[in-house]
Ligand binder design. Structure first.
Ligand code: SIN
Ligand code: CO
Length: 385
């Protein structure tokens, strides 16, 4: 990925280092003319096709006379045809899984780890369309694509949300700053920064979202992981048992013996790394990979990789750490990992970082790993859909 060449315009001439030090998770930043290098623009018809699919999350938010309505997709073509001229917003998640140039836009943010990047959500709104004043728990970059939207923002996060609304709308919103975003302008907001966007002219907002799991979520997922991984010895025993006259009572010795057994539950950094690799590369619940309906024969795959290179599926998440290589929630098996030389391992890590490998001759052990991933639908030769 062309790392340095594209960052300066994306962040308005601010280096990624300065952006992280001064703005990231700290304060908003408006960047005029941040990004408009799209080979084509997604129009409403294309977004509507996504909103009709059941493997893509979509929502329609309408406001009429102060009343908010939320409808969840998939939407029928007739529902989409019945939409009025004004005052609604349709939002489609994970468009980076569907459109290569949207994935390329998402990966412009690769100065942050992939484990932190979530998705590009695209919203379309005619004049008056808004999702109301609210704040999100996550950092967000809001890029205007076509049309015009007025954004007002406020650092005041003390206001509660309207109780019986189907979406999170602040009861009160006192804007501190206001801008009109036009095609190519982008607004960065840290978590919990209140914002209120209202479309002035029909257009789209591309929201780059970030992933920040709650402590509770990480803890319960790690406990699930431990449950699968732990294999403990021993069983309850009490050779020093005494006669009891209160047999219903769970006495202190019983509790102490159980507590002692539980002290066997331990984990180390390797297990934490393995958990992180698996969990953060896991696909979202609605994401499925078709086992390649038409996988290439091994020899054809090798020839295609030699002449075109290989690219990860847009839906694939590939990560690595000292412990292993993780692709879509699965760790590379220990024996496969052991069969790779240091340079083959480096090539797999480069595939994870760059999401592709260039055309070339690769060693057998690496090609075998790549071919297994190809059979699962996780990657394909760069010219092959
Ligand atoms: C929008 O696309 O209008 C809303 C995005 C957001 O507020 O996060
Ligand atoms: Co928001």
């Amino acid at each position: 990925m062309r790392k340095t060449a594209f960052h300066a315009p994306l962040l308005g001439g601010i280096s990624p280092e300065t952006f992280l030090a001064e703005y990231w998770q700290k304060k908003p930043l408006l960047i005029r003319q941040a990004w408009d290098r799209f080979p084509e623009l997604i129009d409403f018809a294309r977004l509507s096709e996504f909103a009709q699919r059941d493997d893509i999350e979509s929502r329609l938010i309408t406001q009429q006379n102060g009343r908010w309505t939320l409808e969840r997709g998939p939407f029928s073509p007739s529902r989409l045809k019945r939409l009025p001229e004004t005052d609604w917003t349709i939002l489609v998640q994970d468009v980076n899984h569907q459109v290569p140039h949207i994935a390329e836009f998402l990966y412009q943010f690769n100065f942050l780890p992939y484990a932190r990047l979530d998705d590009v959500m695209i919203s379309y709104a005619p004049p008056g369309g808004t999702v109301g004043p609210h704040y999100d728990s996550y950092d967000v970059f809001l890029l205007q694509v076509g049309g015009k939207k007025r954004w007002q923002i406020s650092s005041d996060d003390a206001m509660g949300f309207i109780e019986d609304a189907p979406i999170r709308v602040l009861k009160e919103f006192n804007p501190e700053q206001e801008w009109i975003l036009e095609h190519g302008d982008m607004l960065y907001l840290p978590p919990k920064y209140a914002h209120y966007g209202v479309a002035l002219e029909p257009g789209m907002t591309y929201s780059v979202g970030f992933r920040a799991p709650k402590t509770q979520e990480i803890a319960s997922k790690f406990l699930e992981y431990l449950q699968d991984e732990l294999c403990l010895d021993g069983m309850y025993s009490d050779p020093d048992a005494q006669v009891t006259t209160t047999p219903a009572q769970i006495d202190a010795q019983f509790t102490a013996r159980i507590q002692q057994m539980l002290t066997q539950i331990r984990w180390d950094e390797q297990m934490v790394q393995d958990f992180i690799g698996r969990y953060f590369s896991e696909p979202k619940p609605h994401v499925f990979f078709d086992q390649h309906s038409d996988p290439l024969e091994y020899d054809d795959f090798v020839a295609a990789v030699a002449s075109h290179g290989v690219a990860l599926n847009l839906k694939s998440q590939m990560l690595y750490n000292e412990q292993g290589i993780y692709l879509n929630g699965e760790a590379l098996e220990a024996d496969e990992l052991a069969s790779l030389t240091a340079s083959e391992l480096a090539q797999l890590r480069a595939l994870a970082d760059q999401r592709s490998l260039p055309a070339g001759e690769y060693d057998e052990a690496l090609l075998e790993v790549l071919y297994t991933y190809h059979e699962y639908g996780y990657l394909a030769p760069a010219n092959h859909d």
